[in-house]
Write a protein that binds this ligand. Structure first.
Ligand SMILES: Nc1ncnc2c1ncn2[C@@H]1O[C@H](COP(=O)(O)OP(=O)(O)OP(=O)(O)O)[C@@H](O)[C@H]1O
Length: 261
């Protein structure tokens, strides 16, 4: 198996506390992962490490075959697509939507080059269509709703044709229709063999896209369970992760969960 991500005994210490502790996690090429866990479980921390934006205090991390600490992360980052709320805050409110996407080709936030290739613009345009926000291409980023911003940032994350796609809570704050629309688009990615290996962070099993192959459950910075989605998204592991008795149901290829007792 070609490994896209390998974490071994990863621990991150900040301000004297462990954000994540002793995490082992391996992702193979073509796999579609979700990371689930309650607030503060360490999901974003692990995603930031996978994105090479954070380094572990202890343990080893390899991303796309390169070990962190031994590789120039600026060479690695174009191979990784990241969409997160954090990034949304870094984008200038004045930036045009099409520029938010096209500038990813050069790995920066904020447009400063005078010229981009016609091919870059065509690709950005196509990705905005894929995400259902092509009509917003001339708007300023700051005028978009949070759901619209999220879609634009996914288009941006795909701009460099990454080998690993990392999505941090892409459905957060979406209304029901927008969430379902986004999930349908993400399911299309999952079904596309040419789409990159992916990791999606969420709090809700209802937000697990059809086609997800694996799940990682976290609680208190530690792995509760990791493996094929059908084995991990079950009553026992999910109840442990969220700290209350939960019943998980699989409805078709989607999941729902509710508290019991
Ligand atoms: N710089 C820091 N110093 C101390 N603690 C931190 C720091 N950054 C994050 N933490 C803590 O680490 C824990 C894990 O944070 P992280 O953002 O990874 O969790 P999460 O699972 O993504 O949470 P959420 O679902 O709320 O977004 C949290 O308890 C957070 O308060």
């Amino acid at each position: 198996m070609v490994e896209v991500l390998a974490m071994e005994q990863v621990t991150v210490v900040r301000g004297g506390s462990e954000l994540v502790s002793g995490v082992d996690w391996r992702i193979g090429e073509g796999e579609r992962w979700v990371v689930l866990g309650p607030n503060g479980a360490g999901k974003t921390t692990l995603l930031q490490i996978a994105a090479t934006r954070m380094h572990p205090t202890r343990g080893t991390v390899s991303v796309l075959g390169e070990q962190l600490g031994r590789v120039d992360v600026f060479e690695l980052r174009p191979r990784i697509g990241l969409a997160s709320g954090n990034l949304s805050e870094q984008v200038s409110r004045q930036e045009r939507v099409r520029d938010v996407v096209v500038t990813a080709a050069y790995g920066m936030v904020g447009r400063w080059r005078e010229q981009y290739d016609a091919a870059d613009h065509a690709r950005a345009s196509a990705l905005l269509s894929v995400m259902g926000v092509h009509g917003l291409r001339d708007r300023r980023f700051g005028t978009l709703s949070s759901g619209e911003r999220g879609r634009v940032l996914i288009a941006r994350a795909l701009m460099t044709d990454p080998e690993l796609l990392l999505l941090d809570e892409p459905a957060a704050g979406l209304d029901l229709g927008a969430r379902e629309d986004l999930l349908r688009r993400l399911s299309r990615f999952a079904a596309d063999p040419t789409a990159p290996t992916s990791v999606l962070v969420t709090h809700h099993v209802e937000e697990v896209p059809v086609g997800t192959t694996h799940a990682l459950l976290l609680r208190g910075g530690k792995v509760v369970a990791a493996g094929p989605v059908g084995e991990v998204l079950r009553d026992g592991p999910l109840s442990t992760a969220f700290g209350l008795p939960l019943a998980v149901e699989r409805v078709g290829q989607r999941f729902t969960a509710r508290a019991i007792g």
